[in-house]
Design a protein around this ligand. Sequence first.
Ligand code: ZN
Length: 562
Amino acid sequence: MVRFDEISAPAPKLEELAARYAGFQARIIAADDAEACVAVIREWDDCLRELDSWQALVHLRFNQDTTNPDYKKARDACDEISPKLTDLAVKLKRMILESPYCEGIANEFGATAPGLWRAHVTTFDPAIESDLVAESRLEAEYVELTASAEIPLRGRVYNLAEIQKFSQMQDRDLRHEARKATWQWFADNGGALDRNFDELVRLRTGMAGKLGFDNFIGLGYQRMCRVDYNRDDVDRFRSAVREHIVPLAGELRRKQAERLGLDRVCEWDLAVQDLRENPKPLGDHDWMLDRAQEMFDEMDSELGSFFRLMRDSQLMDLKNRKGKAGGGFCTSFPGYGVPYIFANFNGTKGDVEVFTHEMGHAYQVFQSRNQPLIDYLWPTMESCEIHSMSLEFLSWPHMEKFFGGEAERFRQIHLSEALLFLPYGAAIDHFQHLVYENHDATPSQRHGMWLEVEKMYLPDRDYGDMEYPAGGGRWQLQRHVYLNPFYYIDYVLAQTCALQFWARSRDDYEDALKAYNALCRRGGELPFKELAASAGLQSPFRSDSLEKAVSLARATLGANRP
Ligand code: ZN
C-alpha cells in the first residue's frame, strides 16, 4: 500500500481535461447500447478518482498549515478551477440522464447513482461559477481567521483547539477564565466573523436564485444530496427532539449541577460532569496509537489490519500545532484507495472520541473502496456519521486501555454527552433555516435568531458574565455554519442511529459489529433510509425512534451515573 509521502496528485490541466470530457460526451451520444455507456462511465470514474485525490491533497495540506503561502496558493488555484470541473461533470451527467440507455445504466450501477446525479445537476450552472470561487474564498478566510486565534491565559497564549482543554478541568475559576478569554477573542473578531458570514449568506442566496430556488434552503438540501427525505421530515424530526430530548437534557443538567454542588450549570461548567477530573487518556499521542492498535486487533481482524495500514503508511495527523486548522475530519485519496485522518489532540478525553470517530469514517471509506462508482465510496453525510458515531460506541468495551479505572466514568459521560448533543445539533440546524429564510437580516438580527433558537432547544443555557455569547454569538464557534451549510442535522440523525447500534452492541456485540461491517462495505450504494434499513436500524424519521433511544439511555444513566 502507498505511503502518504508517495501520494502525488498533480493539478489537472484544464485543456487536457476538457478534451477528455469531449471524448466521453461524444461516446455517450454515439452509444447504441447501455453497455457502451457503462464503459464510458467506468473510464470517467477513474478520471474523477484522480481529480478527487488532487483536491483532497490540496485541502489537506492547507489545513495542516494554514500559514504556508504555497499551500494557500494551491488551495486558491484549486478553488478557482473546481467550478470548471463541476461544469464538465454536470454536463456529462445531464447527458447520461437524458440518454435512452439511462435505465440500462441504472441496471448496471443501481438506481442510486442516477438519483444523485439528478441532485447534482440542480446545484450547478455556469452562471454561478464565480460565486462558487468567491464562496470558497470566504470559507478559507474563516478557517484562516479562526486558525490564527492567539488567546492569552495566565501568561501563555493558546489557539482555539488548545484552550478548549481548560473547559474539562476541575478548577472552576480557571474554566471560567479560559472561556472568558475565548469569548473575548470572538468579541474582538466579531466584526470580521459577522461580515464574513453576511457575505456567505448573500452569496449563497444569490446562487440559489440563479438556479431557480426560492432561497438557499432548497439548494442546500440538494447540495447535501438528500434524495429520500425533505425539509418537512427534518422539521418533524426537530420537533421530536424538542419533545423528547430537551426535557431529558434539562434533567441531565439538573443532576449535573447537583453533583457539582451548583444551583445551575453555567456555560463554563458544561463539559464537567462531577467534582472529579474528567477522565483523560493516560498517555501521549504515540502511546494512544499503541493502545488503539491493541483495541482494533481485539475488536476485529479487519479493523486491526486496517489501523496498522493507517499507521504504517502515515495516514494520520493528530497533533495540535500552531497554524494548523481546527477541528477533525477524514478525507480520502480515491485514486489510491486510502483515507487520511486529521485531528487536534489536546490531552482530553475528546482525543479518544475524535479519534474513534474519524477512524469510523476512514474504515468505512476503505471498506467500500471497491465500489464501482466514486459516488458510492462515501454515502451522503447523515449516513457517513452513522459509521463514525457508531464506532465511538462500538469501541466502548476497550476504553479501559485508554482510561484505566476511569473507563466506566468515560462511558457514562460519553452517553450522557451523546444525548445532550442532540438538542444542540438541532438548534444549529434550526438556526440555519431561519438564517437562509430571512436572508436579508442584519448580523445583529442573526444573533437575535440564535437566541430565539437557544430558548427552544437549550433553554437552560447560562452564559453568566460572558457578553458575547449572551448576546447571541455562540453559533460562530460552530465551523459547519460557515463551511458546511445544513450539514449539522446529519450528526443528529446519525446519532439517533448510532444509539441503536449502541443498544444492539449491549445485547449482542458480535452481531452489532457484523452489521456495522456490512454497512461500511455498502458505502453509498443506497440512500440514507435504505442504508439504515439494510443495517436493521429504524429510521430517525419514525416518531418513536428517539423515544426508544431515550428510554434505554435513561435506564442506563439512571442506574449508574457518572
Ligand atoms: Zn464525522
